[in-house]
Design a protein around this ligand. Structure first.
Ligand code: FES
Length: 154
């Protein structure tokens, strides 16, 4: 069930749209901000508020890379896997992250601290390779910088 805070925040969002479904992304983000991810149960709770079917809402939620449909770690690393980053060393950065974290892409560390996910272009191509940790963008990555970055979250 949605919490009172979630419900209030979603109702406030609904006032900004002529159709309730227009607020669906914001509503999903609100739930994710409170719970870390969007479960099937949350979709069922949200859909009637937005006058959408659960299936429609699930399609939106799975289309947007920044809505997580599975539990994620405390910190989410979004590694850009588009063309400029491929050309500028994506493979080495991916391999290093996987090795230092001991997980593959799409996985979460055993201690629940990090989830590693691929992400299409982060819009920072002239400073490739790039990644985001939570909301923060990091670019011009090399091995040393990646180790330093991970160290900041120890
Ligand atoms: S291709 Fe990686 S930031 Fe654009």
């Amino acid at each position: 069930m949605l919490s009172r805070e979630e419900q209030q925040e979603i109702e406030a969002e609904l006032t900004h749209y002529p159709y309730k479904r227009g607020a669906c992304i914001e509503a999903l983000k609100i739930v994710q901000r409170h719970r870390g991810w969007v479960s099937d149960e949350s979709l069922h709770d949200l859909a009637p508020l937005l006058e959408m079917s659960v299936h429609e809402l699930d399609n939106v939620a799975t289309f947007y890379n920044l809505i997580f449909r599975q539990p994620v770690g405390e910190h989410v690393i979004l590694l850009c896997d588009s063309v400029s980053c491929w050309l500028m060393g994506y493979e080495q950065i991916r391999a290093q992250l996987q090795q230092e974290l001991g997980i593959g892409m799409g996985q979460t560390t055993e201690d629940g601290r990090f989830t590693l996910l691929p992400m299409p272009c982060l819009g920072d191509c002239d400073h490739a390779p790039a990644l985001m940790i939570d909301e923060e963008l990091h670019h011009d990555l090399d091995g040393e910088k990646v180790t330093r970055l991970l160290g900041q979250y120890d």
